[in-house]
Structure formats: C-alpha cells, structure tokens
Ligand binder design. Sequence first.
Ligand SMILES: Cc1ncc(COP(=O)(O)O)c(C=O)c1O
Length: 430
Amino acid sequence: MDQYETVFKQVLEKIETHHRWFSECLPLVASENITSSEVRAALSSDFGHRYAEGWPGERVYAGCKYIDEVELIAIDLAKKLLGAEFVDVRPISGVTANLAVYSALSSAGDTLMALSIPNGGHISMGKRDFGGTAGLVHNLDVEYFAFDKNIMNIDIDATKKRLEKLGKKPRIAMFGASLFLFPHPVRELADVIKENGGVVCYDAAHVIGLIAGGAFQDPLREGADVLTFSTHKTLFGPQGGAIATNGKYVEEIKQAVFPGVTSNHHLHSVAGKALAFAEYLRFGKEYAHQVTRNAKALAQRLSELGLQVLGENVGFTKSHQVALDVTRFGDGTQIERKLELCNIIVNRQLIPGDLQAGRHYTNPGGIRLGVSELTRLGMKESEMIEVANLIYEGITKEDPGPVASKVRELRKGFQLVEYSFSRGRAYVTS
Ligand SMILES: Cc1ncc(COP(=O)(O)O)c(C=O)c1O
C-alpha cells in the first residue's frame, strides 16, 4: 500500500469514526438535522456526476431526461408544502438563495433592512465591514430592525420610527434570523415597508420546516413577497437552498439563480430535496409540532435548573431553538468545548448586548441549542428533561467522563431516522 492509498483509507476510517461518535452524541446544533437513507442514496447517485444548467426543459446539456422529471417533481412538492405558486429548488445553499434574491431585486448601493447579528441576523444579511454577504458581495447598505431583547423579537413601533427617520427607503426588508425564537411581525410591518417601495423577504433558513408543518408563522400569507430557505435545518433535505414566492418576481429570480449565482446546480441534491419534500408532506406536520414541544420542554427544564434561558418573559421559544446566556460560567466558546467533551454538540452564539459588553464571535455570551435532530431520532418531552439535566451537568461539573457515559446510554435507544418511510439507521455511510 503506497502513501496515497494509506491516506485514502485513513479518510474512509475517519468518516466511520465520525459516524460512530455521532451515534453516541446529543447533536444540538440548530442548523443541522439528519436525512433518511433514501436521501443519502440520492446524494451518492449518478445525478451528482451530471450537468444540467438552466430550467427543466430548457437545459444547456443533454442527458437530462430523468433529471428534469425529478426536478419538476421537487418543484411541485415544494409548492404544495409551502402553498407557494413558484419555487426554485436550484440554489445550492441558503446563502446562495439570499444572494440570488439580492441580485434579482436590488441594485448595488440599495439599502437592506435586517436584524443585526447579535440580535439574530445571519452573516448573509451582514454589512460589508463584517464581511457580510449583503455588503461584501452585493454592496448593499445594511440598516437594522429595532430589536427588543425582553421579548427577543423585532420592536414594531421602534422599527416604524426608524423607517420614518432613515431618509432612505430600504429596497429589501429581510425578516428571519439565525437566532430565531419567535415569529417575526411580518403582518405588522409589511405595509409600511411596501408603502416605501420595499420588497418584503423572509429568510426561513431555520424555520422552514416549522412553517411547512404549520407550527410557526406563515410568511407568504402574512405579506412576505419572497421566501428563501435552507433545505436541511428543520426540513429533511440534504444541504441546499430554495426560493419561493406567490408568483411574484419569477423571471427575475430564475435568471438570478442561473446564470447569476449558479452554473450547474447540484442535481443529486435536487433529487434529495424531492425525496425530502415527499417525506415532509407525509410526516412534517407531526414532526414540526413535536419539535416545538421539545424545544419548549428543554427550555423549561434548563430554566428550572437555574440556567439563564433567553426569552423567559415570553415563554422561552416557539421555534426549534433555545438560547442560553452562559456568561456566569465563562463564554460561549468555553461552554461549547466543555460540552463537546461530554458528547453534547452545541454552538456558541452572539446574543443581544454582546458587542456592547466587548464580546464578539470568538467569545460570545451565549450558546444556541436546536432540537430538530434529536426529534427526528424520536426523542420527546421526557427525553428533553434528561437532555437538559445532562447539559446542566456538562456545564457545571468538572469531569466530562460521567456525563459522556450517560449521554451514550441515552442515545442507545435512539438510532433510527423517524418520520421517514423506511426508518433506517442514522449515521451510516449509505
Ligand atoms: C438565517 C440564515 N440564513 C441563511 C443561512 C445560510 O444557510 P446555508 O448554510 O444553507 O447557506 C443560515 C445558516 O445557518 C441562517 O441562519
């Protein structure tokens, strides 16, 4: 065996080791979920070797007969799932979907209104100074929604006042967030944004599964013109993105996606999306409601244990997420690392007030937890109590060993991908 074959085998072994490790962990990163074995099979299919630039039926390449049929099924299922008139399933990620929308609907130098990052905004909505996609790539000038941290939501009146004072009219108002606990006031602000010539967009990267399952808000019925989303956070898809509208801006968006921000879109991912949308139409309603019940149960128990859960005044959460202020114990990065030693996988999070307190993304004050994956593994409210207890022990105890053992024990009973047709094993290669 030469050095290249050796390293080749090492990589394969590391993938297997990762799978074994994750089957013994509590994966609580809010932007992650797991896919069924069929979606994983689509990802390793021949679709992933092919090219099909353009729209089904208008491709720039031959060999797309079945690829086109699958993409049309994906579009049709996504429209059903969201009650949308138009869906483009080609964006290869949530960021690409946002970039396509910025490109389709605004010009460089226009103003985007979004949440600041410590208040929950995503880097794709960020200013040029922070390397944010909106500023850096599309040269948008970013203004912020006013935010009320007592209710962990956009402050409606203060935002209206800010819009009056601004002197420039936002071309795009982007609702939605990365730290996203409560439905945003789309209905309350849509008219004032549109009166000022703005387009109401909603980045549902995180909450699209909850929206599709009827367990959150319904932006397209509340005044949003455009919805962008990731297909893998609360949905059951592979990593990818999509854009939906009520029939508005169709040609502009299609052209911005291709040839604007993608040439070949990832066809294996489109096949995975089609399968995942079918799974979600069948199981999504039950799943989404279990997700929100689980998040609430987790938050409630963490608070009872004395941890500082954000949004306490307003019932902690209505989404898949729970956010903790961990400054009593160090910073979010230290806690993220400490919990990883306990096989509890979470991510550090900037929280409101961090920048004023001199904290930034390497040492933020919070951690963010998401229950999408544990719910898909079949966990319910009673397991959330155990998960909260383990998080508490992981944060407060010195020795991670005993906590990691308890995590392994708990995970023994949760190894299948539930809310799927085949209920296959999670964390296996194919
Ligand atoms: C609000 C929001 N938008 C967009 C994205 C980017 O999505 P993706 O990772 O699919 O590019 C994220 C990622 O977590 C997000 O939180």
